[in-house]
Design a protein around this ligand. Structure first.
Ligand SMILES: CC/C=C\C/C=C\C/C=C\C/C=C\C=C\C(=O)SCCNC(=O)CCNC(=O)[C@H](O)C(C)(C)COP(=O)(O)OP(=O)(O)OC[C@H]1O[C@@H](n2cnc3c(N)ncnc32)[C@H](O)[C@@H]1OP(=O)(O)O
Ligand SMILES: Cc1cc2nc3c(=O)[nH]c(=O)nc-3n(C[C@H](O)[C@H](O)[C@H](O)COP(=O)(O)OP(=O)(O)OC[C@H]3O[C@@H](n4cnc5c(N)ncnc54)[C@H](O)[C@@H]3O)c2cc1C
Length: 664
């Protein structure tokens, strides 16, 4: 048999649930499913959005092609009168980082969150019609994580009623802002506000970078690209830029003034709005990154699962077929937790979107009470989901053996494009340390203040510290209350232990720095409580479709018990579990894998990924892997000729022992 077509047809027949209903559960609603299905097909059927050749293009060609795709997408948005939601889906399915990501996900949200009503009235219509193109210029050559350490200055000049934006040092050069090197006409530039020689914190300013007529940089602005990034294709469609300002004047009303204002006289006015709102755009994008993690992980898992069902190695009996690699328990124990994680991240992402919408409405009404919780959740879940997704994509590459390393598997480019998510919008360790601050504060207040929101479980601190797990059989692990309580007890015990050890330090900041590695682990434990609990909450809702809920329950247990197994050191060290109970959880996990196995292909089909989005020969819907791999090899431009450039010049002289006289 040449290809794997028959294997996947048989696999699909094994499904024990209604795949169409699972597609709806994955999408969130029938309407959401239909919407994304329609846009996915629109993109897949449009030759301009072809992306298979992307890794073979040089940087300039790659970039120009990306500009063409964006222009074509914008034309479609106008011609088809697509809504903002449809336009976002269009960008997602085009699957190519571009300046529009910054325009829609950072420039516009920054003005919405930090601009005054007047500023919003002026700038938002221009930006939404793409009459100005904006980016987000915060990070500098010398500082990214430490926002308060930024060096760019914005000095008020009362004579002209302007701010003077200046880069006083090499390290103050803006470095990384996407869309900036070649495209954006404007940027939100974060700079130190200086009034009458006094520093008043870091603020955002709308700065015009380029002439709107001929696109040349304005006087005083030096701008360029920071160079090639990791991987071919991948993030190199984006023009991440460097900008240097030489005393660039902008009108006073281009400082984003919702949080603080500068008067005509140059006086600083701090409103009741907390200064942390200046970081609000990052909270928004972190939430979006969490919501998007399941999209990336599910792509890799879909490829690895389909290929694992097609691929056979060893174990042929009496000349019959060999074993499908998906039937190896080792393959299942690496693959199925990732499949379950994709579903877990999908549901926690959905919840975080709800939380963010709620916080946004409160902020608009000047209620800032839930901001610390929103910050801790978005920072922590951004860190947890992106680290797990990046590691998961790489694991999927290995699950595909040698062929996973081929660009045509779709995995290398996916990995290269995804992995910076562990760094941008806040380095993942730095983000977990923000969660740690929040946890330490929560624990220190336990005696007199009831924790709320995602830390509410710590109200039961006494019980969680004293009681132990009661599981006696592997079967008893199949109880959501038992599982969630194990995670809550481990998290509470780790946070309280950190609190007790911190209390021994005279200087709390010194203690925090000394214990930071343990604090990051405690923060991860807390974030895992959130993911596990939100999965359970999802299961408590009505989920229509034959067998859908049962399969999601299986995936929940796979996700949770896999984590328990992976982190069993914590569960044992905190004394909540005995080694016997941890071993029973692992026994249950093996049973669960066999429940996933017949449904594996149907579970990845439920993601409803088109072949265009996957861009993977190994993950093709029809499973026709081998003929297509063979065909792709000979379609590679490198195989255009049997004699490659350079063979006559450098190889033949060697073969003929004529290298001494060859012109090298
Ligand atoms: C795969 C991609 C998928 C989807 C992507 C979709 C769209 C994305 C589009 C493009 C992506 C590409 C571009 C990426 C862009 C960027 O990377 S932009 C730059 C991002 N930069 C950062 O994230 C910097 C990280 N650093 C910080 O956030 C801060 O400096 C800090 C680490 C939080 C420390 O800040 P600071 O020193 O001022 O604060 P502290 O003293 O530590 O804290 C003071 C109190 O404030 C609280 N705090 C901090 N941040 C926030 C916040 N955002 N909101 C609310 N509150 C906040 C903090 O907890 C302290 O509270 P306290 O303890 O009670 O005092
Ligand atoms: C693809 C990509 C796109 C980007 N796009 C943009 C953009 O559009 N606009 C923009 O403004 N920026 C952008 N950035 C920049 C990005 O936001 C920063 O790189 C990021 O915030 C990390 O900051 P850093 O580079 O200063 O890392 P650093 O903070 O220098 O990190 C280096 C190491 O130090 C560790 N570390 C740092 N501080 C601490 C601490 N307090 N405790 C313990 N460990 C610590 C980190 O964990 C890390 O291991 C982009 C970056 C990338 C990769």
């Amino acid at each position: 048999m040449e290809g794997g077509v028959d294997y996947l047809i048989d696999e699909r027949k094994k499904a024990q649930f209604d795949v169409e209903a699972m597609k709806v559960a994955w999408a969130g609603s029938r309407q959401a499913f239909e919407l994304s299905d329609r846009i996915a097909k629109l993109v897949a059927n449009d030759p301009i959005f072809e992306k298979f050749s992307r890794p073979m293009l040089g940087r300039k060609e790659l970039f120009k092609n990306s500009l063409r795709k964006v222009a074509h997408a914008w034309k479609l948005i106008i011609d088809l009168r697509l809504s903002e939601e449809e336009a976002k889906l269009l960008r997602h399915y085009i699957d190519e980082p571009a300046y529009t990501d910054l325009q829609w996900e950072m420039f516009i949200p920054a003005i919405e969150g930090q601009g005054t009503e007047e500023q919003k009235r002026k700038w938002l219509p221009l930006a939404r019609k793409m009459q100005v193109i904006g980016s987000y210029a915060q990070t500098e050559l010398g500082h990214g994580s430490n926002v308060q350490g930024l060096e760019t200055t914005a000095t008020f000049d009362p004579q002209t009623d302007e701010f003077v934006i200046h880069s006083p040092t090499l390290t103050s050069s803006k470095w990384w802002p996407g869309g900036t090197a070649k495209v954006s006409t404007h940027a939100i530039v974060y700079a130190r506000l200086i009034l009458d020689g006094q520093f008043h914190g870091v603020h955002g300013f709308i700065v015009q970078l380029r002439n709107l007529e001929n696109h040349t940089p304005l006087p005083g602005i030096t701008v360029g690209d920071i160079g090639m990034k990791f991987g071919n294709g991948a993030y190199n469609t984006m023009d991440n830029g460097v900008i240097r300002f030489n005393h660039v004047h902008i009108p006073r009303n281009q400082m984003l003034m919702r949080v603080s204002q500068v008067t005509r006289e140059g006086k600083f006015v701090q409103s009741d709005v907390p200064r942390q709102l200046l970081y609000g755009t990052m909270v928004y994008v972190r939430q979006k990154i969490v919501a998007d993690a399941s999209k990336a992980l599910s792509r890799a898992v879909c490829i690895a699962t389909r290929y694992s069902a097609v691929r056979r190695q060893f174990g042929s009996r009496n000349g019959g077929p060999e074993i499908q690699v998906i039937d190896y328990k080792t393959q299942q124990s690496r693959l199925f937790p990732l499949l379950a994680s994709a579903y877990a991240f999908r549901f926690v992402g959905e919840w975080l979107k709800w939380l963010y919408t709620d916080v946004k409405q409160r902020l608009e009404a000047n209620d800032f009470s839930t901001l610390p919780e929103a910050h801790a959740c978005t920072a922590g879940l951004k860190s947890l989901t992106t680290s797990a997704t990046a590691d998961g994509i790489e694991e999927c590459r290995k699950l595909c053996g040698g062929h996973g390393y081929l660009v045509s598997s779709g995995i290398p480019e996916l990995f290269a494009t995804y992995v910076p998510a562990c760094t941008f919008e806040g380095d993942n360790v730095v983000m977990m340390l923000q969660v740690a601050r929040f946890l330490v504060k929560t624990v220190s207040e336990l005696g007199y203040k009831q924790p709320v929101g995602t830390t509410a479980y710590m109200r039961r601190v006494t019980a969680l510290m004293q009681s132990n797990c009661a599981v006696r059989t592997a079967e008893e692990w199949l109880n959501p209350g038992v599982v969630v309580e194990a995670f809550e007890a481990r998290s509470t015990r780790m946070a309280v232990a950190c609190g007790q050890r911190l209390a021994k330090f005279e200087n709390p900041e010194e203690g925090f720095a000394e214990l930071s590695a343990d604090l990051v682990e405690a923060s991860l434990a807390h974030c895992q409580v959130i993911v596990v609990s939100k999965f359970v909450e999802k299961l408590q809702q009505e989920i229509p479709g034959k067998g859908v809920k049962r399969l999601l329950e299986v995936l929940f247990y796979v996700y949770a018990l896999f984590l328990l197994h992976k982190h069993q050191g914590d569960f044992l060290a905190t004394g909540y579990l005995t080694p016997k109970q941890a071993s029973l959880a692992n026994d249950q996990l093996r049973i669960l894998y066999s429940k996933v196995r017949p449904n594996a292909i149907a579970l990845v089909d439920s993601f409803n990924h088109t072949d265009h989005l996957l861009s993977s020969i190994l993950g093709r819907y029809d499973g026709n892997v081998y003929p297509k791999l063979y065909e792709a090899a000979f379609n590679d431009p490198f195989n255009d000729s049997d004699i490659a450039d350079g063979i006559h010049q450098y190889v033949q002289p060697m073969l003929r022992q004529e290298l001494h006289s060859a012109k090298l």
